[in-house]
Design a protein around this ligand. Structure first.
Ligand code: CA
Length: 230
């Protein structure tokens, strides 16, 4: 397994590299987002450890560019602050998970291993027996984080897939933004729950015929959202 570490603080980068190698990973360190994008463009990595605060383009921008290039390598973002806004910004940019600094090594390795086995989460979605769900004629392949439409196959980030799976699991029920933040993102703190809305907009674009007049992923005024396939 080959891991790319994007981190400009040398002692942190070295610490991560040392420990990854001790666990049997191959690890490469780069210290800017620009070089990271070049490396990812030319070499296949199994995961990317991505610091947010970098000289030049920041970690958010790196994640955004990767996803825009249809590269869905698992990304674990390292945030200096555990502000929920930063965490959500990271997920919006396309990160799969985050870890606030400073972190304990065991937790870091557990998160990384979780990302490397990320398909396993699909099995915890009880309704998706064969790992597939159909919404509006589009097939959501939970295990592979893909959506098959008449236009082709579209990749989903882990968070997009988790949110969609959560809505499927609670189909027919109105779920609040706060509940979504807690259950899907694991955020307990008070935060701007409107950040959820950006994800809903993205899901509607891929699920609905007319995203501005949704038939399946509906807004429930004063509460949040409800998925209905009937
Ligand atoms: Ca940094």
């Amino acid at each position: 397994m080959r891991i790319l570490i994007v981190e400009d603080e040398e002692h942190i980068a070295d610490g991560i590299k040392f420990n990854l190698e001790a666990e049997g990973f191959e690890a490469l360190v780069v210290d800017t987002g620009e070089v990271a994008l070049e490396e990812i463009g030319s070499t296949k990595f199994d995961a990317v450890i991505l610091d947010v605060m970098l000289p030049g383009i920041d970690g958010f921008e790196v994640a955004k560019q990767l996803r825009a290039d249809q590269n869905f390598v698992p990304v674990l973002m390292l945030t200096a602050r555990s502000r929920p806004e930063d965490v959500l910004k990271g997920f919006e940019a396309g990160a799969d998970d985050y870890l606030p600094k400073p972190f304990e090594l065991e937790i870091f390795l557990a998160r990384l291993n979780g990302l490397l086995r990320r398909n396993e989460w699909a099995r915890s979605v009880p309704k998706a027996k064969d790992g597939r769900e159909t919404i509006n004629g589009r097939i959501f392949d939970l295990a592979n984080l893909q959506l098959h439409t008449s236009d082709g196959v579209q990749n989903l980030t882990l968070m997009e897939a988790k949110l969609l799976a959560y809505l499927i699991e609670h189909e027919g029920q109105a779920v609040s933004r706060k509940t979504i933040l807690e259950d899907v993102w694991g955020l307990q703190e008070d935060t701007d729950t409107r950040a959820i809305d950006n994800f809903i907009v993205r899901l509607r674009k891929i699920l609905e015929d007319e995203p501005n007049d949704p038939k399946f992923l509906k807004t429930v005024r004063g509460i949040g959202y409800r998925l209905d396939r009937k």
